[in-house]
Design a protein around this ligand. Structure first.
Ligand code: HEC
Ligand code: HEC
Length: 386
């Protein structure tokens, strides 16, 4: 999706960022990486200790104190700080004609974005959108009400939707062509930008962009796109911050307090007893969820207080050493599956095996507790494992 020039709105953030931007020196020592035997997809693991490996790499430097890396160099900041403002600040030198842009577009962009930017192969349409007619002959624009439903839905293209043209330059330079971003020179990017603007019938300073038209930094900054003021709040220009403040100040109107549902909405809250007053929800819900959604926000039923079980203490003192996990081959307390299996041969047999011993299970777990006590402990183990 289209991204606004963030620098304008968040100029404070950007400044703060660039002054603290640091790069961590992470010269990775390949020799310490190791592909774990049997790791899926050759997953890299890092040594931890005692021959153990982990998927996470420790930053050994941090043992010397907090590591803030180093300040970014001026050149690094320059390479990073390449966005352009709507007024053209930040655009590089260079130029390119519509004609050259046409050639480049045909060769590198049309395969996805269609001839003349017309879209069609599932990728964004770059031109038109305000020239097409729907099946009823209505010209599609962003401002049309949708009379017929979805057929005359507006198409959001550079020409109809984007507010500023400098973003077109930076977007193409940084992100396109999709598979080889940053492969175009500045001149080539100006040329393709010119071509796309021309396809959208954009005029610059009242001048139509014909094949010979040569776009450069100054001219691009002059472009006024049709939807320039179509965004609300308007986050461009000197009034940006005030606009944003006003927008959020009037929350009820702009963010919504139950007023913005457009069609097929559920009853406003309160009436159906579920939604809090003032909230309108879209009506459609998934109906085939299994198990069905629970709307009740009840807590799960309270468990019997296990601490109170008479066998618990004795279990912890005498049996937990082997039964806490299944590491010793014992059914681990809490492992529902394991205890279901154990109980298959009947609780009486389980008592018997515990008292007389069985394989790795010493008689009475190595204790001299009474049979009744042992049974009590077994009962606890069983109750804690369902
Ligand atoms: C392999 C297919 C492919 C090629 C080739 C390609 N693009 Fe794109 N382009 C995309 C996709 C996918 C997106 C949407 C990206 C997104 O939204 O994250 C896109 C988005 C765009 C957009 C933003 C459209 C909008 O309204 O949001 C522009 C502008 C654009 N491409 C220009 C170009 C130009 C210029 C070229 C040639 C230099 C080019 N693309 C080549 C696939 C491609
Ligand atoms: C030294 C380790 C060890 C200790 C201590 C120990 N167990 Fe076990 N326990 C085992 C192992 C191993 C098994 C699995 C035996 C098998 O099925 O081969 C087992 C199995 C069991 C079973 C399942 C018996 C069956 O019928 O399959 C119960 C019940 C049990 N232990 C209870 C206890 C109780 C109660 C204590 C403490 C009083 C205790 N264990 C202490 C190792 C231990």
């Amino acid at each position: 999706m289209f991204k606004l020039d963030r620098k304008l709105v968040t100029i404070g953030t950007v400044l703060a960022l660039s002054s603290t931007l640091t790069l961590t020196a992470s010269a990775a020592d390949e020799s310490v990486y190791k592909s774990k035997p049997g790791a899926i997809d050759g997953g890299v693991t890092y040594p931890r200790e005692n021959g153990n490996y982990t998927a996470y790499r420790y930053n050994e430097q941090s043992t010397k104190g907090v590591n803030f890396g180093r300040p970014a160099t001026a050149n690094e900041i320059k390479a990073w700080d390449i966005d352009a403002l709507p007024d053209g600040t930040g655009l590089p030198e260079g130029e390119g004609s519509v004609e050259l842009g046409d050639e480049l577009y045909e060769a590198q962009c049309a395969v996805c974005h269609g001839e003349f930017g017309a879209g069609g192969s599932g990728y964004p349409q770059l031109a038109g959108g305000n020239m097409d007619k729907d099946e009823n002959g209505v010209i599609i624009t962003l401002k049309n009400q949708r009379v017929y439903g979805s057929t005359d839905a507006p198409k959001r293209t550079v020409g109809t939707y984007w507010p500023v043209a400098t973003t077109l330059f930076t977007y193409i330079r940084d992100a396109m062509p999709y598979a080889h971003p940053k492969s175009l020179s500045n001149d080539e990017t100006y040329a393709i930008t010119a071509y796309i603007l021309a396809q959208n019938e954009i005029e610059i300073d009242g001048e139509e962009m014909d094949d010979e038209y040569v776009l450069n930094k100054e001219k691009l900054a002059k472009v006024v796109l049709p939807n320039r003021n179509g965004f609300y709040p308007n986050i461009d220009g000197p009034d940006a911050q005030e606009n944003i403040r006003a927008f959020f100040a009037d929350r009820a109107k702009n963010i919504g307090a139950g007023t913005r549902c457009m069609a097929d909405c559920k009853d406003p809250g309160g009436k159906d007893g579920k939604t809090p007053p003032g909230v309108v929800e879209i009506k459609y819900e998934m109906s085939d969820v299994r198990p069905p959604y629970a709307y009740a926000k009840d807590l799960p039923p309270e468990k019997k207080d296990e601490a109170a079980h008479p066998g618990k203490k004795a279990y912890e003192a005498n049996c937990a050493v082997c039964h806490k996990t299944d590491a010793m081959g014992a059914p681990a307390v809490g492992d529902i599956q394991a205890w279901a299996t154990t109980l298959k041969h009947g609780i009486e047999n389980v008592y018997k095996n515990t008292i007389n011993g069985k394989n790795g299970m010493p008689p009475k777990g190595g204790t001299s507790l009474s049979d009744a006590r042992i049974k009590e402990i077994v009962d606890y183990m069983v109750s804690a494992s369902k």
